[in-house]
Design a protein around this ligand. Sequence first.
Ligand code: URA
Length: 249
Amino acid sequence: MRLDRFIANHKRVSAFQVRLLLAQRQVRVNGEVVCDGSRGLTEFCHVQLGAEILQERTPIYLMLHKPKGCVSAARDAQHLTLLDLIDPALRPQLHLAGRLDFNTTGLVLLTNDGRWSRALTEPQHKTPKTYWLQTQDVITEDYVASFAQGMFFAYENLWTQPATLRILTPYTAELTLYEGRYHQVKRMFGRFNNEVLQLHRLAIGALKLDNTLAPGEYRALTPAETHGILAVRDGSLIDRLLLSGCVQR
Ligand code: URA
């Protein structure tokens, strides 16, 4: 939103009064006097009018080691949810940047920054997500080409993005997907009638799950991790988010 509209809405004053306040150098954004009403604001800009703080919101970015048997949702009548694992003081602000199935373990991100989570989860951005998995039957070399080619998902009427499968042992593999379709890993192995017995997310973009976190534990991302995860595949996007004050170096 533009600064002048933000002040007019917040203080219920006219556009003329806003121009006056700006000309009187009464408005500060992130500590600096701003006279240009057309300046863009994000939800995380600190905005001050004289001594009065009009907006003060801190962005939060967390990585969580999801345990088995936990729902990727804010509320569930029967089961523990990922939000139940987070400090109650932070919970109301947070949402998940992508989900994992009930019995899938590994890296999950939580934030109060909608632009950041959209940048990570929208399929057009093609953020890589890397999984370790174990199957019921042997994974053979012909899977690799099939995953790389993409598979037709009739329900969504689309072809999956080329995925990278690296066979580790006859029953285990590392898989990198560039999108996050519903039950995607299990459905892709399902094409070979091969059940996925264990699924663990190792990384999202450049960000690897911190192996000092036990299942159920979480920690804040560093600023470098927060923007590094986006930079892995889209330099222009990270520049736009930095300019708008959405992420900090
Ligand atoms: N694909 C799946 O099938 N399950 C997950 O939890 C994540 C990706």
